[in-house]
Design a protein around this ligand. Sequence first.
Ligand SMILES: Nc1nc2c(ncn2[C@@H]2O[C@H](COP(=O)(O)OP(=O)(O)OP(=O)(O)O)[C@@H](O)[C@H]2O)c(=O)[nH]1
Ligand SMILES: [Zn+2]
Length: 363
Amino acid sequence: MRKINLYNIGLSERYIQEATMYDGNLHLARVSAQHKDMYKVITENGEIQAEVAGKLSYLASASVDYPAVGDWVLVDRTDQKSGNAIIHHILTRKSCFERKTAGTGYERQIVAANIDTVFICMSLNNDYNLRRLERYLSIAWDSMSTPVIVLTKSDLCNDLTTKLMEIDSVAVGVDVLITSSMRGNGYADLLKYLNKGKTVAFIGSSGVGKSTLINRLLGENMLTTKEIREDDDKGRHTTTHRQLFVLPNGGVVIDTPGMRELQIANADLSKSFPDIEELAERCYFRDCQHESEPKCAVKKAIEDGVLSAKRLANYKKLQQEMAFFERKNTMTTAQAEKQKIIAMMGSIGAYKQVRKHNKKKNS
Ligand SMILES: Nc1nc2c(ncn2[C@@H]2O[C@H](COP(=O)(O)OP(=O)(O)OP(=O)(O)O)[C@@H](O)[C@H]2O)c(=O)[nH]1
Ligand SMILES: [Zn+2]
């Protein structure tokens, strides 16, 4: 069987260095799919099924993350002859795109890890929304990877020039690619980011055409991926869909599930709204909220038609969401601590005793 060169799929010295800090006969692998507690990982011998070690899942419940697609992990085997591999450690992420979990919970969810470029996909018809784009950009800048805007379905757009001007005004300094899977346009521009060892994640609303685009990019000759498929055909039970694909030249593509809403856990507004932050420095009051304060440079820019009022409103909204998440999250950290002690002591009774003891000690 042909060995897989892990360098081609993003391995670098920093992960190897970090791996040497752990004891045991463990192997490097990259997470290629996740479904509930089941994972697929790519080792030098191919793609195998894996699950997390008991200790790791206990740590994860106490706010350390579970593995995510794109993670480099250490596993105890590189084949499945003796059952599922066990994931023992997650290596430090160089980047990670995360959001607040959907619904009312206040937890982070990692969408993709260790990515070099995040393709923010937006269709030029129904999905076109500048405010949503600002939201995606804010999170992408915080992820430590480089955002690139991928506009899809250009065949369904008849005011491209106007839209491009609008996009330029909210995405300063970000590359913008125009594609149509219908006409087959724009693939060459995308491929420039897909070099050997580089990882690209596709992110965007459901239905914008991510899967169609990825399928076209992978083409018929997905060499490495095909090899991995053959393994699955040997009667192995697989419940997970692959989310990480290896291109013939060694570039890695991560497909993420289409999102209905993207709620913020963390964002870098200084990179997505540099115009507003620069203007704010010229406001008369240092803590100007750009509401009704006198000599507000931000409000002045809106009056002068230099800045859009909607953009400012969105900036404030995202700021509030971030602050709200942070507040909620401090509470859940306390809850996580409680869980950790219960897991350690084995019961709620024991947890209450620890608390009593600590209270006495602190009083
Ligand atoms: N006209 C046109 N239709 C497209 C284009 N790309 C994709 N579509 C259509 O848009 C629909 C959604 O495409 P998908 O690729 O499934 O979208 P997705 O972003 O992967 O959606 P999720 O899987 O929900 O995340 C399909 O019916 C595609 O045929 C395009 O460039 N032009
Ligand atoms: Zn102001």
